[in-house]
Design a binder for this molecule. Structure first.
Ligand SMILES: [Zn+2]
Ligand SMILES: [Zn+2]
Ligand SMILES: [Zn+2]
Length: 451
């Protein structure tokens, strides 16, 4: 398949990618099976295979480091080439556990050392970075410096002589590479997942999510770092395991730039600007930011109530990570009940509460209540994730599934069909989540016939 886009120099955003032919929505533009380097993220460690990132109840443990886990012997064997060096580092670090960034960068270093016929030269070729380094915020700079130190400690088992590697400051530069410099992009591309954006210094990497848009890993896909950001993107990145897929979600004209969103677009424009500035050091000038599109809807309702709910989010995330579902649900009840007349469902913080409540109910097997919250969020989701958006499709699939299991077959069919029409664009027919959806649709239709 001929490539239907090319690299170009944009007027105000540096390097970018643009279409070389008219592209309809739902086209697979690019697929990359193997990231340059990747690692499972801390929150999914032990729950997913470190090679293929599939979720499994029983995983095999690496007998050496007793840390890395795999779904089977095949994945373990496939991973060994990449894991061999880090295995020793992990073993020697025990009981300390490296952060996702440190682990990822360790893998990058090993990869660079291994691939190059002359490792030191390879690493030193990362030198033309002055201009980009200045752009980095103080916060990111100090984070990077800290990371470089921790990294040296972590790698000491495998890399005894650090003259092999650039000293700390150069490691810092190494992390700050721009896409045009070669291997590492400055862009961290977090696929619509604001929750994990706070994760330390992962500004060079992509968050790998599963089909349902839950974070499972973090990886480096160099050429995709050329993609620039828009809050109204025409492309989306979807993962299948560690495989990255770039898909169109709008019709794109010849020479039009391909854009993805680095952040969750369900944030008011001011918050998006803060996030983009902090993480990626730029200001977004897309039409949505210029017009403060949908800001009023997102923040509609009583300001005091809105602020209170917003401030509870970190606590809710913490409880969610600890799987304290009863506690989450109790908090959701109190917020949702007390804000019944002062926050509309379109308020994005109210939406978050409805989401927490649905997830908690699902985990507590309170199906009817889960459906109630999920359904309430469908319309607001459509408002903010308009057009073809993977998160909207995933939400519809969840609701459709709940409807199906409660015997509401005709409603389920309607919801699942809508999910299907979006997902065939965002995920594509070959994606495993799409297969699950088609199976569910088949089951729903079969159940309707037996009525
Ligand atoms: Zn596997
Ligand atoms: Zn190991
Ligand atoms: Zn914008």
């Amino acid at each position: 398949m001929a490539r239907r886009f090319e690299k170009f120099q944009s007027a105000d955003r540096g390097n970018g990618l643009r279409a070389t032919s008219i592209l309809p929505p739902g086209e697979l533009l690019y697929a990359m099976d193997e990231p340059f380097a990747y690692t499972v993220s801390k929150k999914s460690r032990g729950a997913v295979c470190e090679r293929c990132l599939c979720r499994k109840d029983h995983l095999l443990r690496c007998s050496q480091c007793k840390f890395a886990k795999y779904c089977g012997v095949r994945c373990q064997k496939e991973a060994w080439g990449d894991h061999k060096s880090e295995c020793k580092c992990l073993k020697s670090s025990h009981p300390r556990v490296p952060t996702d960034s440190v682990r990822l960068v360790g893998k990058i270093v090993f990869k660079l050392l291994k691939q190059s016929s002359c490792p030191s030269e390879e690493l030193y070729s990362f030198s033309d970075l002055e201009s980009n380094k200045k752009v980095l915020s103080e916060e990111i700079r100090s984070g990077l410096e800290n990371l470089a130190m921790v990294l040296q400690l972590y790698l000491k088992e495998e890399i005894k002589d650090f003259s092999q590697l650039p000293p700390g400051s150069n490691i810092l530069e190494f992390f700050a590479k721009t896409p045009e410099a070669g291997l590492i992009g400055q862009n961290k591309i977090c696929v619509e997942s604001s929750i994990y954006i706070k994760s330390e210094v992962t500004c060079n990497s992509f968050t790998i999510s599963d089909g349902e848009m839950q974070e499972v890993g973090v990886g480096l896909y160099p050429s995709m770092s050329l993609l620039n950001h828009s809050c109204d993107p025409n492309c989306v990145i979807i993962f299948e395991g560690q495989r990255l897929l770039l898909r169109t979600i709008k019709e794109i004209q010849i020479s039009e730039e391909l854009m993805i969103s680095y952040i969750d677009i369900m944030m008011p424009s001011a918050d998006r600007q803060i996030e983009l500035k902090r993480q990626y050091c730029f200001e977004c000038s897309c039409h949505r930011c210029q017009t403060q599109d949908k800001d009023a809807d997102m923040l509609a309702g009583d300001m005091v109530a809105c602020k209170e709910v917003k401030e509870s989010i970190p606590k809710m995330d913490e409880l969610q990570a600890q799987q304290k579902w009863e506690q989450i649900l109790a908090l959701c009840h109190s917020f949702i009940n007390s804000n019944i007349n002062c926050l509309p469902d379109t308020n994005i913080y109210q939406m978050k509460m409805l989401d927490y409540a649905m997830d908690a109910c699902i985990n507590l097997c309170l199906w009817e209540e889960a459906l109630l919250y999920g359904s309430r969020n469908l319309k607001p989701y459509s408002l903010y994730y308009s057009g073809f958006h993977p998160l909207k499709a995933v939400q519809m699939m969840k609701v459709g599934k709940l409807q199906y299991h409660q015997g509401k077959f005709s409603e389920a069919l309607e919801t699942l069909k809508q999910a299907f029409s979006i997902m065939k664009v965002t995920h594509g027919r070959d994606h495993s989540l799409m297969q699950d959806l088609m199976e569910l649709l088949g089951d729903t239709e079969a159940s309707m016939k037996t009525l």
